[in-house]
Design a binder for this molecule. Structure first.
Ligand code: PLP
Length: 396
């Protein structure tokens, strides 16, 4: 072995065992080396007793999965490369041709699009239901229904549903039906992040999160997770996950692990700042309603009060109908600290105007335009001053 390349690639030095530090090591692999052919043939990864291939997990991703499962009060976790891929993973793991999926009308939009384009092409149908009305869910459940998505609160409009009542509708249907393949409930828990409430205590079978948001906290990484308490549901998710080839990189897992250490503190700080700004915004001229589940009068406030102990960094303002979309767009353009962009729970405050009527099948009570705000980690008084200067121009 005189060739330098060979000597370097097969270099024998191994650092001493026993290194310990605050941050878990970042392990990166496609190839995982087996000590013997016997190990190559028998090594198990699905129960986390060993390693076989980068796609099937590394020490870094196993550690992140265990921590996410703990945060959510679940038992098992799989990681996906984005929040949206975690949504589609759940759909693909549990739905077959001829099945029907029910989705809240106010659910995260790209998840609805996955159902209406991709799932529809595979012969899986879907219907939208009004998540603020459990009776509507009861009428929409049909003989082919196999999966019901839940989301608390709704995307953009932030209505907080009565989760136990929605779950009860599904459980009653399952009890009446008997037999195999009960209807499963999957909750998009990105907003609660495992902090505001426990998805499993409220009855969900599956809890999905965009780790892109709070767990990362940096606005610089995309990742998703699917947590379960039930081992057989986890196995089903894990096998579909493997066949789809959904991997996450060690570097990205490291970023989320780093973010988790400060997540509880960030959540509380952003919660307090958001409530302060939302309460202030409610009193401003030209604002018809502020949507935030902790505000009395906001849709689902009573359910939030009963079932949650905290709230995330989002609020939406519905403006007076006298303002044109162009005026509302100009208001958003005028904001200096609130940047224009998607996602939330990062350090920078964000805003985006939405035409809610255009994305709802079940109607929308307001005429005026809506702007959703995501509060970052800047000082509250600076953010309030920024909103005030843009509102002054709007109302001038
Ligand atoms: C952001 C988000 C997602 C998707 O996450 P990505 O990582 O951006 O794909 C899904 N659900 C909710 C509620 C979200 O806010």
């Amino acid at each position: 072995m005189s060739d330098l390349s060979t000597r370097l690639i097969h270099h024998p030095y191994r650092p001493p065992e026993g290194f310990d530090a605050v941050a878990p090591g970042v392990h990166k692999a496609s190839t995982v080396i087996f000590p013997s052919v016997h190990a190559l043939r028998t090594q198990e990864w699905a129960d986390k007793s060993g390693y076989t291939y980068g796609l099937h997990g590394t020490p870094t991703t196993f550690i992140l999965e265990e921590r996410i499962a703990t945060i959510e009060g679940g038992a098992h976790c799989v990681l996906a490369p984005s929040g949206l891929s975690a949504v589609s993973l759940v759909d693909m793991a549990f739905l077959r041709q001829g099945d029907e999926l029910l989705i809240p009308d106010n659910a995260y939009g790209p998840g609805k699009a996955f159902a209406s384009v991709e799932l529809a092409a595979w012969g899986i149908t879907h219907r939208f239901y009004d998540a603020q009305n459990p009776a509507d869910l009861a009428t929409k459940i049909g003989p082919a229904t196999r999966l019901v998505w839940l989301e608390a609160p709704g995307s953009i409009t932030l209505e907080f549903p009565d989760l136990p009542a929605l779950v009860a509708v599904v459980k009653q249907t399952n009890a009446a039906r008997g037999g195999e393949r009960p209807i499963l409930t999957a909750l998009d828990n990105t907003w609660g992040a495992g902090i505001a409430f426990n998805a499993f205590e409220l009855g969900a079978d599956i809890s999905m999160q965009a780790l892109t948001k709070y767990p990362s906290g940096g606005a610089d990484v995309l990742m998703g997770s699917v947590v379960t308490r039930d081992h057989s549901l986890h196995q089903q998710l894990l096998m579909t996950h493997m066949r789809l080839g959904l991997g996450v990189s060690g570097n990205d897992a490291e970023l989320v692990l780093r973010g988790l250490n400060t997540m509880v503190l960030r959540y509380a700080a952003q919660d307090a700042a958001t409530r302060e700004l939302a309460t202030w915004m409610q009193r401003q001229p030209g604002v018809v309603q502020v949507l935030h589940p902790a505000l009395p009068g906001s849709p689902g406030h009573e359910s939030w009060q009963r079932d949650a102990t905290a709230a995330a960094c989002l609020f939406s303002a519905v403006f007076d109908a006298r303002f044109s979309q162009a005026q509302i767009d100009a208001f958003c353009d005028r904001l200096q600290l609130f940047k224009l962009g998607w996602s939330w729970a990062g350090p920078i405050s964000l805003c985006a105007p939405y035409n809610v009527a255009a994305i709802r099948t079940q109607g929308w009570p307001h005429q005026g335009g809506l702007v959703r705000f995501a509060v970052g980690l800047e000082r509250v008084s600076d953010l309030r001053a920024d909103l005030a200067q843009a509102l002054a121009t709007l109302n001038a």
